[in-house]
Each structure stands twice: as structure tokens, then as C-alpha cells.
Design a protein around this ligand. Sequence first.
Ligand code: SF4
Length: 358
Amino acid sequence: MTCAAPIRRRPASIRTMAGVSNRRVLLAEPRGYCAGVDRAVVAVERAIEHYDETVYVRHEIVHNKYVVDRLRSQGAVFVKEVDEVPEGSLVIFSAHGISPKVREMAAERNLRTIDATCPLVTKVHKEAVRFAKEDYDILLVGHEGHEEVEGTAGEAPDHTQIVNSPDDVASIEVRDPSKVVWLSQTTLSVDETMETVDRLRTRFPLLASPPSDDICYATQNRQVAVKKIAPDSDLVLVVGSANSSNSVRLMEVAKENGAKASHRIDAVEELQDEWFEGVETVGVTSGASVPEILVEQLLAELAERGYGEVQPVRTATEDLMFSLPRELRQEMRKQGEDDRRTRPSARAAEASCNDGIA
Ligand code: SF4
């Protein structure tokens, strides 16, 4: 994990042609990397170091262009499907999870696999398997086509229907209205999901709920933090890629909660001058797959534009950390390597961060 570089600060008030302005940044905390993303990215890095062969990765390991480009430059080869991986090779499954069918296809090709599925996604998979065994109809709230939804639905394809939005609820048909359960993608808007569930419950009063929250702690924490800064922000900037569900949700949540404007950017080069017209307070956050260096670059650029005063706004502290995938740990132990999540140098750097791990 990257420890945040010191934030460059400028005086709160700067004199402009028009007079004195009070430009500032409200910096949401927590933001950026979650425990599942951190684990998946470190897993690819450690695999590249450890194995003397090409490391294939099915799909983007996490939904962030910068991270994927960096891992590619280190030697990782990203593929869409396992049939693109040469027989007998090593492939890593991404943090979003896979369906059993993908596992079977990998076995047919004798691929050696490392499963970097986030344990919080695996939890939802297990719920799907359990409810399907009990013959429930599963209403999976999530975005059709998203890798995570495909993976979860693939655990129980004959029992699962995908509910994309509250508007889908009216057309849902189930076999037995007394045996219906809702589950969800981990990276949705909490508020929109609850609206969908309320409508589902109106239609199916005996609707069962997942045993614990499916929307993960990181998604929830980042939405709470952006809700806190949004009402005081003329503009909220969310760092994150277009295919990152939780980054896109952060942009929407900011708008719904009082930000005058909100934009998502992959990198600082995407900023547009007109976004800053009349803006005094800029809110900043980042999605769960975004390394802190991209936020540092944004803060540096904002300082150049006169937004040098940075006020952190913390709504939660995170200290969750997952160990590396089992297959990788076993292999590293066999070779007598340190199988802990990070390299010793990275652990030393972490110890100097006072910002937690996830
Ligand atoms: S966003 Fe949540 S579910 Fe997804 S990888 Fe991070 S912790 Fe896991």
C-alpha cells in the first residue's frame, strides 16, 4: 500500500484579480483502496515475483486503469476468458469473483489457479448456494453484465433473477411468494438498494433477507463519507474508472446529497476548466479500487488551481486486512518465502502510515 505523501498546502485565502477567495478541499476519509482490492493487487505482484513464468489474470484484477496498466508493465497478461490462457499455465481470478463454470473451464485446460476473489464476495456466493439448496427464488439486486453479478448468479443460475433497479420490481415473477430472498452486489448505492428492497417487500411480504449486509463495509463507508462532504461542496470529484461500480455510485451519491456538481475522473488530465467556474469548495474522494497516488496527483493539481487548503473529513476508521489467497500462500511456504500479505519493505512503510490498512 502507498502511504500518502504529505499534502501540499497553500494559504486558505488567495488574492485573485477579483479579490480574496476562500478556496478549499474537503477530503473524504475513508476513501480509496479497500481490503479486498489491496489483497488482489498484492496477490498479482507477489505471483509475478514468485513464479518464473507468465502470470495470466482473468479480467481486470480490479476496476482501475492505472492499477491494471502498472501490473501489465510488470509482466501480468490480462485475458477475457480462460480459453485464452495456454494449457497448464497459471491464472489469477479477479477480486470480483467467478462462477463455478469458469472454475470448470480452467480445470478442463489444466490451468493452475489463484483465486483472488474478495472474501466478502465469496460470502455472497455462499449465501446464494445455501438459499438455492433450500429452493428459494433468489432476487439478486445488481447490475446485469457486471462480473461480480455474473459470478454470484452463476452459483445458482436456475434460482436467480437479477434486479437491476427499483423499476424492475413490478415485472418479477416467482414460483412461491413465501420462499423468496434478496441478495445484492457488494458495491451498490445503499439508498437505491434499500428502495429496491422496499418495493420487493411490498410485492413479496415474506421476502427473506441476507444474514448480514451484502453491500460491503468499504462501499458503505465511502458513501457515508461522501454524503458528509457533499452538502458543503460546490463540486465533488471522484477518482475512479468508468467500469468501477463503487466509484460511479460515489459520484451519484454526491449529487443526490447536495453537491452542486459531481464528476468522476480516471486521472487529473481529465479535469475541465469550466467545472471550476464559481467553485469555492471542492469535495474529493476515490473509489475502492483507486491507489492513493492518483488522489495525491489530484490534490497537487487543485493546489495549482488555488485550492491549497485541504480539510480531511473522517467518518470511519478502517483496519480490515485479508491474508493472501490460499493457493499463493501454500506455494510460497513451500519455497520458504514469507507468505504474509505484503513485502517487508511495504510493511515498514505501512507502519509509518497512521491511516490504517484498508
Ligand atoms: S469493494 Fe468490498 S467487496 Fe469489493 S473488493 Fe473491496 S471490500 Fe471486497
